[in-house]
Design a protein around this ligand. Structure first.
Ligand code: AMP
Length: 355
């Protein structure tokens, strides 16, 4: 295990030196790699384990449908962003292939599984100390992205993986499909994301900023420490309304086992106005992430028992929602509808705006 609260620079067992990737033709994919087991599925396609034929090295290959020029542009942007990002906590791109109807990204393999799946395992013991270790790494990674003026814009539990079964305390952030370049003084507006984790400015179609990612980190922290989703409503529309109202509380009994510093951290990150939120570097200096780990408190090493029970329910609910969304996305693709997130907000925005 790493020193509490201090992340190491371990890139992972399957990491490789950063390289600049350009698209190659799909035919070359079969010449160069053997496709093995499925690893998971996401918004736009499936992820497989692949082996490079010449070296035997293992990678994760993400295959996505890509039928229209606009979709190809999106993938070009994703590659451009990944080419620019060099950080041990951010997933690296190794190769990319473009076919008539699909794109395959060959990515660094991460074998520890999704962070929240691991936490929900019976053998896992979640403590506030460990939560701090995760949050420090997330803030370090996103502070780096922000330092090169790139916003992630899709931070959520599914996009945080554990490095390997031997390094469940170390994480990698994946999925740069929604990442965008941030140019100060040039308004950036988008309408995508996952309702439970998007900031009010996304729902309101207001200009985004670095604080938009900080909000999502605040939501992830709330869920991690309690197993409860702070803005979750009975349906997407209610969830989005809850996000715009921005009200959170720590009334549930699960927060009895959480420190005041942690609650203060969440409260600061979930400020309704983007400009009122701390930067990721300021987050790293917050007492919860900076001072408490150095105090080595007993209370910090106690199991978050109620949160763990809640987290198991949270993980199964998210999995169920993702499978429903995957079916919807497939139907949309088959119907030739424009590339959209399965958690797409557009419809909900118009419903909200019409209210
Ligand atoms: P994505 O489409 O990027 O959201 O990925 C969908 C799922 O595939 C993730 O939630 C992971 O479970 C798995 N996955 C994605 N990328 C990797 C990777 N580089 N290594 C291992 N598993 C991955």
């Amino acid at each position: 295990m790493a020193t509490p609260g201090i992340s190491t620079d371990v890139g992972g067992p399957h990491t490789f030196p950063h390289k600049l990737v350009t698209f190659r033709t799909k035919e070359m994919l079969q010449d160069l790699y053997v496709v093995k087991d499925p690893l998971g599925s996401g918004r736009f396609g499936k992820v497989y384990l692949v082996e490079e034929k010449t070296t035997g090295k293992k990678f994760a290959a993400k295959q996505c449908a890509c039928r229209r020029p606009s979709q190809r542009k999106d993938f070009e942007l994703e590659i451009e962003v990944m080419n620019e990002l060099k950080h041990p906590k951010l997933l690296h791109l190794f190769d990319a292939f473009f076919g008539k109807n699909e794109v395959t990204l060959v990515l660094e393999l991460v074998t520890g599984g999704e962070l929240f799946d691991r936490i929900a395992d019976d053998s896992f013991d979640l403590t506030e100390q460990l939560a701090v270790t995760y949050l420090r790494q997330i803030c370090e990674a996103i502070a780096y992205m922000h330092s090169v003026n790139i916003l992630h814009l899709d931070l959520k539990p599914e996009n945080i993986l554990c490095l390997s079964p031997d390094h469940l305390d170390l994480i990698k952030i994946i999925d740069f499909g929604f990442a965008r370049r941030y140019t100060p003084n040039t308004p950036l507006k988008i309408m995508f994301g996952t309702p439970e984790f998007v900031a009010p400015e996304v729902v309101n179609f207001d200009p985004l900023g670095k604080g938009t990612d900080v909000w999502s980190i605040g939501v992830i922290t709330y869920v991690l420490l309690s197993g409860l989703s702070p803005f979750m409503g009975d349906d997407e529309q209610e969830t989005l309304s809850n996000v715009t109202s921005g009200e959170i509380d720590f009334d549930d009994e699960c927060f009895d086992e959480v420190s005041q510093e942690a609650k203060d951290f969440i409260h600061k990150l979930l400020q309704p106005k983007e400009r009122h939120r701390p930067t990721c570097l300021e987050c790293l200096e917050h007492p919860w992430l900076y001072e408490m780990p150095r105090q080595n408190l007993d209370s910090h090493r106690k199991s978050l028992a109620v949160a763990i029970i809640n987290l198991k329910k949270f993980v199964s609910r998210r999995k169920w929602m993702r499978s429903i969304n995957a079916v919807r996305a497939m139907n949309r693709l088959q119907a030739g509808v424009k590339k959209q997130s399965s958690d797409d907000l557009t419809k909900n925005m118009s419903k909200l705006n019409a209210k």
